[in-house]
Design a protein around this ligand. Structure first.
Ligand SMILES: [Zn+2]
Length: 205
């Protein structure tokens, strides 16, 4: 089963998953000193939430939202968990190079992200994704291949901005309000993180 293109129904489910499943975990985790990034898996079959996690860098600097989700996923008994090809990979922020590779090595054929790399740098004061891509791989912003032999990447806000003028007004307004509400909550958790980050031991904080 290939991963679907974004449409109104899927966009609503992805946004609801961030708001209801990921953000509550992040709002608690940031209080402990963790970063604001989270991730979830949804079933391709009915778009229900399968697993959600959030950043846990105070335990290990490798436990980015996506990495921590994958750790939990692979801790599930192999004969009881759904295959990566049966799942949608949702991440609140466009994955860094570590997480792009982890998604690839784990066998997923898709991911959907809410905030872009540029948002992480400009709105959240976390420039490391773009800096690592440039320093290590000489890749400029937006220049990695969002569609390739392994997976297709889908930007939720990018999709909304591209198609909103063709949506019915009530649909457009509903999506806009959900997006805005999520952005507002991230502004709050980001302020929490930034105000306390000098106290944490995360190498790239
Ligand atoms: Zn990452």
């Amino acid at each position: 089963m290939s991963a679907p293109q974004l449409d109104v129904s899927l966009a609503n489910r992805l946004l609801d998953t961030i708001a209801a499943d990921v953000l509550p975990m992040t709002e608690q985790s940031v209080e402990l000193g963790n970063k604001i990034f989270g991730a979830a898996l949804l079933k391709k079959s009915d778009h229900s939430t399968y697993l959600a996690e959030t950043n846990n860098e105070i335990e290990s600097p490798l436990h980015h939202g996506e990495m921590h989700l994958l750790k939990r996923y692979f801790e599930m008994p192999a004969d009881q968990r759904l295959a990566p090809t049966e799942l949608l990979f949702l991440t609140t922020h466009e994955p860094c190079s570590l997480c792009l590779s982890a998604i690839t090595w784990s066998g997923f054929d898709n991911f959907y992200y809410f905030f872009s790399h540029e948002d992480s740098r400009d709105e959240f004061e976390i420039p490391h994704d773009l800096k690592i891509l440039k320093e290590v791989f000489d890749v400029d912003p937006g220049q990695y291949r969002r569609s390739n032999a392994f997976w297709d990447a889908h930007g939720i806000q990018t999709w909304f901005h591209e198609c909103k003028n063709s949506l019915p007004e009530d649909t457009r307004n509903e999506l806009h309000e959900k997006i805005q509400a999520i952005k507002n909550r991230y502004t709050t958790v980001s302020d929490h993180y930034q105000s306390g980050k000098s106290d944490n031991q995360i190498p790239l904080n």
